[in-house]
Each structure stands twice: as structure tokens, then as C-alpha cells.
Design a binder for this molecule. Structure first.
Ligand code: SF4
Ligand code: SF4
Length: 441
């Protein structure tokens, strides 16, 4: 069986949050394969520890993925501040004899170093065209945990577990490797948060992750972190504003200072993303999607709303409102440029991670979340049928079936984009409902 089939059958998807099926991503040809080990979202501690704990698997999975897309170079992107991990990676690259192909590329400690367009530029000097994907610049980008899962797929091991950092205002910050389908509540308890009343939890990083409506959810292949904060923490207050609230505030208070644009990572790469113009459009042309298409080239990094704007407004949410309008109108942003050059002042406008952490009010929680082998006893998992971009998996098991860890329990619908799902524990299928297959030990 070839690598693409192994990766597909193992259900590998982008582990950095995007959840794009990896067998589709690797079914192309590129000059470079790049590993996204930036982990630029504050507080998350998965990639940096995974690369230190399983360097050989990560490197070899990454190399195989690179060879699959016929890349000439394979570069692991990691921030320079992780010098101990960099040392491990360099040693293991040499020991594995892959130094003529795989190298380590050092990223600045800035946000968003892990944005794919930023990563491509920092590691190769190439610029992804606005509205494009890294492949348009001859690059394929995969996450470090995805590389690890590619390696496991080569050993015919399916994706059954996920690395997750549990952090924020919890007594014991930690990073764990837990079965897909583990209840979120169990993980918060495991980090010492016994009474969740008074807390809200961000699913993912503090910049791009949503505040969870409730804690009744389950870990999927795309999850990377849970950040618990008190309900009145300024970050939670800001992130829980609705689109309607944001619309009202934005329309009344934008000073058109254009700080949001001057610091926008996509604008700085030479793209035409200018959030201050979108704010103006919100005031003067809120119902004209033709004038709003620029919003489509916003990456959603949230820097404008969470850091740049001195008036504490929500330019990113304006873009979200416009993205909906554009979709409903069936429009698409038309680029007028073919060659992109980074803005001259880009080197002076990178936002250091430490300043971002301080601005978000997360300094007290910017602490290690050490990996631990100990995991809570999980007796029941809810494995979501939809864990990747594309169609949900179709169950291939029935209630009452006995399943073993790693067994395929949901397959990709015929001809559709998606990824199969697997039993993450050995047990009996107790329920198939509401988008989940429930397995009880
Ligand atoms: S930074 Fe804030 S106030 Fe200034 S233009 Fe952007 S949204 Fe308006
Ligand atoms: S969220 Fe804001 S800063 Fe980020 S790309 Fe979009 S407009 Fe630019």
C-alpha cells in the first residue's frame, strides 16, 4: 500500500486545528514541504513537547510526506526560543542520516508565526498570493503532530489519540495524550478544575479558538488546547461579544487610525487586506457585499481585534460579518495583483509574543504545561463522525458491536472529501446518535 492510502486509511487530518484531510494535501507536487511547529498561539505547549518526546517519528513522518510531494527541501519551522528542542531535532536529523533533506528553520517569536502564509515567507522567502494556498507558492505545510501521525500511519496505526494542553487559570497545567472522544469535562477535572462554575473555556488558542458554549463536548483530532479562564476575564468578555454587538460598537467608534491595517500580518506580506477600510465600509456600505469582498482575504488571526486596535474594537468580526454577506451573495474577491512584495516596514511591525500575552492579560498563565503520561481513566468516548473538513464519516459499526482500539468505525462517503474515524478505546458501541459513535469500555 502506498503512503497516500496508508495516510487516508489511518484517518490523518491536519492536527494544528484546520483538520484538512492529509491524504488530499499530500496528493500534489511541491518544491518545499514545511513543518509548522511554530505553536504561535499563546499558552499552548503541544508541538514543542511532541518534537522533543518523539523527534524520530516526527522527522521520519515529515520526510516521508516531503518525498510523497516530491519536495526538494523539507524544513521544520520552530521558534528560536525553543533552543533545547532545536538541539534535539538537529542531533536526531544527523543521527537518522537525513540531514541532506531535512533541516531546521528558525522562526521569530512573533504572532502569528504559524499562519501558513507567514510561515511560508519566513522559511522560504516566497509569498503565497492573496486568497491562495501555500501550494500556489510551491509549498505544502503540515503540522508536527500531523507528521507524527503520518509516521504512525506508515506502521498501519490509525489516529486514535490527540495531544492536548490544558491550561489557563487551572491548578495544574498539563499536556496529555488522550483518546479521541474524551470528555472535555474530565480533562478539566484532571487539571484540577473541580468546580467549573464561574469559568469559561476556550477550545484552542486564545487568539483564534472559540469560547465553548458548554463543557459537554469531546476531544476531536483537531483539538489542541483547552484554556479555562474566569468568566469576567477581559479576554473572555471580549471573545464572547456577538456579531451584532460588534457591529454596533464598530460602527460608532472607529477612529480610522489604521493601526489594524498597519499591523495586519497579511497586509505586511503585501496583500491588499486593509481592515480599516472594511470598518469604513461597515459604516457607509453595510449592505453592499460587492464592496466587502476584501474581507475574504482575512486569515482570521484576530490580531487587529485583540492587539492592534487602540479603541478595543472588532475589525476581525467586521470581516466575519462581511464573509457571510459575500458567501450569501455568491461573490469572490478578485485579486488585481500577481506579484506580491512584503511591505518595507514589515520587520518593525512584527508583534512579539510576550507583548501579545501581556495585552491579552495572560501573563500569570504563561507557564509550562508539562507533558504527563498519566491520563484520567476514560471509560466512555464519544467519537465525532465529523472531525475534518469535508463530509462526516459514515458509521460502519452497529450498536452492540465489539470494537478494538484502532478499528475503523466510520468511513469516507464514496467520492467525498473527508477522513475515516477509528475506535479510540477497546469496548462496545453503545450508541450511534447526534453525530457521535459512543464506545463504552
Ligand atoms: S485600529 Fe481600531 S480605531 Fe483604528 S482604524 Fe482599525 S478598527 Fe478603527
Ligand atoms: S484578523 Fe485582522 S489582522 Fe488578522 S488577517 Fe484579518 S484583518 Fe488582518
Amino acid at each position: 500500500m502506498g503512503l497516500l492510502d496508508q495516510v487516508r486509511d489511518a484517518g490523518v487530518v491536519g492536527a494544528g486545528g484546520a483538520g484538512f484531510p492529509t491524504h488530499v494535501k499530500l496528493n500534489g507536487k511541491a518544491d518545499y514541504i514545511l513543518m509548522n511547529g511554530a505553536e504561535c498561539e499563546p499558552l499552548l505547549r503541544v508541538d514543542q513537547q511532541l518534537m522533543a518526546i518523539h523527534p524520530d517519528e516526527v522527522i521520519l513522518g515529515f520526510k516521508a510526506a516531503g518525498e510523497q510531494v516530491q519536495a526538494e527541501k523539507a524544513i521544520i519551522g520552530i521558534k528560536g526560543k525553543h533552543d533545547d528542542v532545536i538541539e534535539i531535532l538537529r542531533q536526531r536529523i544527523e543521527a537518522l542520516g537525513v540531514g541532506n533533506y531535512v533541516s531546521v528553520g528558525i522562526l521569530p517569536d512573533m504572532y502569528p508565526a504559524g499562519d501558513e502564509d507567514v510561515l511560508v515567507y519566513e522559511l522560504t522567502g516566497r509569498i503565497v498570493p492573496e486568497g491562495g494556498i501555500p501550494l500556489n507558492a510551491g509549498c505544502v505545510v503540515i503540522n508536527s503532530e500531523t507528521s507524527y501521525n503520518v509516521y504512525r500511519a506508515m506502521q498501519d496505526k490509525a489516529v486514535t489519540h490527540k495531544y492536548v494542553t490544558i491550561t489557563g487559570d487551572v491548578p495544574e497545567r498539563k499536556t496529555v495524550y488522550v483518546p479521541v472522544g474524551t470528555p472535555i469535562r474530565d480533562l478539566l477535572k484532571f487539571a484540577g478544575l473541580d468546580d467549573e462554575a464561574g469559568y469559561r473555556v476556550i477550545g484552542g488558542g486564545p487568539m483564534m479558538g472559540p469560547v465553548l458554549d458548554d463543557l459537554d463536548g469531546y476531544i476531536t483530532k483537531r483539538d489542541k488546547g483547552l484554556i479555562a479562564l474566569k468568566k469576567d476575564h477581559p479576554l473572555i468578555v471580549k471573545k464572547t461579544k456577538t456579531l451584532d454587538q460588534a457591529r454596533r460598537i464598530n460602527r460608532s467608534a472607529c477612529e480610522q487610525c489604521r493601526m489594524c491595517t498597519d499591523l495586519c500580518p497579511r497586509f505586511l506580506l503585501g496583500h491588499n487586506m486593509q481592515p480599516h477600510k472594511m470598518m469604513r465600509t461597515l459604516s457607509y456600505h453595510p449592505n453592499d457585499p460587492e464592496l466587502q469582498t476584501m474581507a475574504q482575504i482575512c486569515s482570521g488571526c484576530n490580531l487587529c481585534s485583540m492587539f492592534s486596535c487602540p479603541a478595543n474594537l472588532f475589525p476581525k468580526l467586521t470581516n466575519d460579518i462581511f464573509k457571510n454577506n459575500i458567501r450569501e451573495a455568491g461573490l469572490k474577491y478578485q485579486s488585481t495583483t500577481e506579484e506580491f512584495k512584503p511591505r518595507e516596514n514589515r520587520p518593525y511591525r512584527k508583534v512579539p509574543s510576550k507583548r501579545l500575552v501581556a495585552r491579552l492579560g495572560l501573563k500569570p498563565f504563561d507557564r509550562p504545561a508539562p507533558y504527563t503520561d498519566e491520563v484520567p481513566e476514560i471509560n466512555e468516548v464519544h467519537v465525532a463522525l465529523s472531525q475534518s473538513i469535508g463530509k462526516p464519516a459514515e458509521p460502519v459499526v452497529n450498536v452492540g458491536d465489539k470494537v478494538t482500539e484502532g478499528q475503523m468505525i466510520g468511513r469516507i462517503p464514496e467520492g467525498a472529501l473527508g477522513a475515516p474515524i477509528h475506535a479510540s478505546i477497546t469496548g462496545t458501541v453503545s450508541e450511534i446518535a447526534n453525530g457521535y459513535i459512543v464506545i463504552r469500555k
